[in-house]
Design a protein around this ligand. Structure first.
Ligand SMILES: Nc1ncnc2c1ncn2[C@@H]1O[C@H](COP(=O)(O)OP(=O)(O)O)[C@@H](O)[C@H]1O
Ligand SMILES: [Mg+2]
Length: 329
């Protein structure tokens, strides 16, 4: 941990849990379970970092996030590129899987960044989500186990997916291909996170039809909310015509730079507009988060003691607690 990062925490408890998270909120269980035990001197940044790493990696399997009453399918969408869709899909999936949930990541972006970030094979010729969508190959035949994360599988994207947007146009039930693939998947899952491309074309529509929930990452930067209206209108269109159950259940603020006033303004604006849908945990801008994909890893395993890993752990915990509260309906 860098010396300046140590200032961000108070006694090992993150800013989110000491600051804006009220202990009276319904998220009580989430915040209570994020208290760090203190077997070491909390004043030592290294000890704190080690404690965080143990909590995030969960080697003994004793930290579990509640499982939902039914499988949750979440499309991670925002038609802006570079807002943290892939980073969030990958890290939330790993966090949930490391803590007792069975998770699938579907890489629906032809760039294949989620596949890269999870270290799964996605070179040309690899069975991928393209075959599942266009050629009706069962999803179970294209998913791969993510190395080192027993409860996590990934349906990778290869370069073939770049053509799918056009090819889908003439395919039967073109908006329902992903939904069908998911519904025919024979193994039990708690979460399916779909990493959408930065557009509102047929691939994203397939995700919005297959999902019940949309998770929108919002970057705490200039123009963060630009284009959001268009995404929300599209979600509404899909809801009216194709998938009545669809709802924006989760908004995650990413790349928060606490040194800028702007990040704070964006946060306030998003919270006042979207209320409780916005997760209390905020993902800071962190070099460690951006380095991790270069090693085919999530930040959860690349640097589990870092602030980035801790914030994704906390966000995943909030998502899990909400999911458990939703019950089986
Ligand atoms: N919290 C963060 N701190 C620093 N860099 C980040 C963070 N989240 C994402 N990035 C980097 O920003 C870029 C865009 O993120 P990405 O998740 O790929 O966005 P999207 O999928 O929306 O295009 C990537 O290079 C990623 O590594
Ligand atoms: Mg992406």
């Amino acid at each position: 941990m860098q010396p300046d990062q140590a200032v961000e925490t108070t006694g090992g408890v993150s800013r989110e849990t000491t600051g804006r998270v009220s202990r009276e909120t319904p998220m009580n269980t989430a915040t209570e379970t994020t208290e760090w035990p203190s077997p070491w001197d909390d004043d030592l940044p290294l000890a704190r970092e080690a404690q965080r790493a143990v909590k995030v990696l969960n080697p003994a399997g004793d930290v579990s996030m509640p499982r939902p009453g039914r499988r949750r399918v979440m499309g991670v969408a925002n038609q802006k590129g570079g807002v943290g869709k892939t980073t969030s899909a990958v890290n939330l999936a790993v966090a949930l899987a490391l803590h007792g949930n069975r998770v699938m990541v579907i890489d629906l972006d032809p760039q294949g960044n989620a596949s890269t970030g999870l270290g799964v094979e996605h070179g040309a010729g690899t069975p991928s989500i393209y075959e599942a969508l266009i050629e009706s190959v069962p999803l179970a035949e294209v998913t791969q186990q993510v190395e080192g994360i027993p409860n996590l599988v990934c349906a990778p994207a290869t370069i073939d997916l770049a053509g799918a947007e056009v090819e889908l146009v003439s395919v039967v039930a073109r908006e329902h291909r992903l939904e069908r693939a998911i519904n025919n998947y024979p193994f039990e899952l708690d979460y399916i996170l779909i990493d959408c491309p930065p557009s509102l074309g047929l691939l994203t529509v397939n995700a919005l039809v297959a999902a019940k929930e949309v998770l929108i990452p919002i970057q705490c930067e200039y123009y963060a909310l630009e284009g959001l209206g268009q995404l929300l209108r599209n979600i509404e269109l899909v809801k009216v015509h194709l998938n009545q159950q669809l709802q924006v259940s989760t908004i995650l603020l990413t790349m928060y730079d606490k040194r800028t006033k702007l990040a704070d303004q964006v946060e306030q604006e998003v919270r006042s507009h979207f209320g409780d849908v916005v997760l209390k945990s905020v993902v800071p801008r962190s070099v460690r988060v951006s380095e991790a994909p270069g090693y085919g890893q999530s930040v959860m395993t690349y640097d589990p003691g870092s602030r980035g890993a801790t914030s994704y752990f906390e966000a995943a915990e909030e998502i899990a607690v909400r999911g458990a509260a939703m019950g089986a309906n």
